[in-house]
Design a protein around this ligand. Structure first.
Ligand SMILES: [Zn+2]
Length: 312
C-alpha cells in the first residue's frame, strides 16, 4: 500500500462523488454551531480558520465548492466560535499517531507508517479505551481513524469542563510510577498493562543498558511480562539486575509510555482536530469514525475510491 498525496483532481472527485453528510459523526452535528472550523486549502497549513457553520448543509456546500486539502474542527465549544469567545468546554481527546510511536516492531523509519505499526497504534487505543471505560466510567467515547493513527474523543458532559488534563493522560498511558506497583486494581493495574504493552515491542536498540542486561531482558521477555501481569514482585529477579537497573528500566518505559499519546493534543483545549469523513490528503486516506474497532481495517475501510482507481 502506497501512501501517496492526493492531487487537486482527486480531492475534487472525493468531495463530489464519495463524501457524504451521513459520515460526519453525530457528536459533531449535535453542536455544529458551537465549533470553530479550520481549513487547509493547499497543503500549506490551516490558514483559513475561525469559520463557523449554522447547519451541516451549509458546511456540505462549502466542501463541495472548495474540496480542501484538510479540514479540522475545534475540540472546544464556544458561544461564538468565529471569535473563539465564551468557552463552553472541550472534548477530552487522545491522539495516537502511528508515525510517532517510539517503539514499534516494524522497520518503519521516523515519519513512516505501515500495516504493522498501524495495528500497534490500534492496540494502544484499545487499552486506553478500556481504561477510560473501566476506571473513569466514560460512556460517550468515539474512536476515529485519523488517516495515520487514531483519535479517542470523549464527550461525556462531566469531562467537558475539566481544564487540567495532564493527570488523566498520565493515568491512561501508565507513564507515572504508582506508589504500589502490585495492587490488583486501579492505576497500578493500568501501569502494569501499559508496561507489558510497550516492553513486548522492544528490541535491542530500544533498551539503553549494557549488552548482558539487554540480552537477559529480551530472552526472558515473555517470562517477565507474565510475572508482572500476575503481580509477582520478583519479575526482574535475575543475576546482574539490581534495584538500580530495575528502577532505570521502569523509568525508561514510563518515558516511552509518556509519548504514546501526543500530550499537547490532550492538554490544549484550544486544539483543532481532523474532522471524521474528510480526506487526509497527504496520505490519501479518509479520516473515519469507527463503528466497530474489532473489524476495523484502515487498509480496507479508510481508502478512498480514487486510490483504488489509480491502479486501474
Ligand atoms: Zn511501521
Amino acid at each position: 500500500m502506497e501512501f501517496k498525496e492526493a492531487s487537486l483532481r482527486e480531492r475534487k472527485i472525493y468531495y463530489h462523488e464519495e463524501w457524504k453528510e451521513n459520515d460526519v459523526p453525530q457528536f459533531i452535528i449535535d453542536r455544529i454551531t458551537e465549533r470553530e472550523f479550520a481549513f487547509d486549502h493547499d497543503g500549506n497549513g490551516y490558514n483559513d480558520r475561525y469559520k463557523a457553520f449554522d447547519t451541516i448543509g451549509s458546511f456540505s456546500d462549502f466542501l463541495i465548492k472548495n474540496f480542501p486539502y484538510a479540514v479540522c474542527t475545534s475540540v472546544s465549544f464556544y458561544s461564538n466560535p468565529k471569535n473563539r469567545e465564551d468557552w463552553k468546554g472541550a472534548e477530552l481527546v487522545f491522539d495516537i499517531d502511528a508515525k510517532d510511536l517510539a517503539v514499534k516492531s516494524c522497520e518503519c523509519k521516523n515519519g513512516q507508517v505501515c500495516e504493522k505499526c498501524l495495528a500497534e497504534a490500534k492496540e494502544i487505543v484499545f487499552n486506553i479505551k478500556d481504561t477510560l471505560i473501566g476506571d473513569f466510567g466514560i460512556k460517550k467515547l468515539s474512536l476515529i481513524y485519523s488517516g495515520r493513527g487514531y483519535h479517542l474523543r470523549v464527550n461525556d458532559s462531566e469531562v467537558l469542563s475539566i481544564e487540567r488534563r495532564s493527570e488523566i493522560l498520565e493515568y491512561v498511558t501508565g507513564s507515572k510510577r504508582p506508589k504500589e506497583i502490585f495492587l490488583s486494581h486501579g492505576y497500578p493495574a493500568v501501569y502494569r498493562k501499559m508496561f507489558a504493552l510497550t516492553f513486548a515491542k522492544m528490541k535491542e536498540k530500544d533498551i539503553p543498558f549494557n549488552k548482558n542486561i539487554v540480552n537477559k531482558l529480551l530472552s526472558e521477555k515473555n517470562n517477565i511480562i507474565s510475572k508482572i501481569m500476575e503481580g509477582h514482585a520478583d519479575f526482574l529477579d535475575f543475576k546482574g539486575v539490581g534495584d538500580k537497573t530495575l528502577n532505570d528500566f521502569l523509568t525508561h518505559i514510563e518515558k516511552i509510555n509518556g509519548t504514546l499519546v501526543d500530550g499537547k493534543v490532550t492538554v490544549d483545549v484550544k486544539r483543532i482536530l481532523r474532522l471524521p469523513s474528510t480526506l487526509h490528503s497527504k496520505v490519501s486516506m479518509k479520516c473515519v469514525e469507527i463503528k466497530n474497532i474489532n473489524n476495523f481495517d484502515p487498509l480496507k475501510d479508510a481508502i478512498p475510491k480514487f486510490v483504488l482507481e489509480r491502479k486501474a
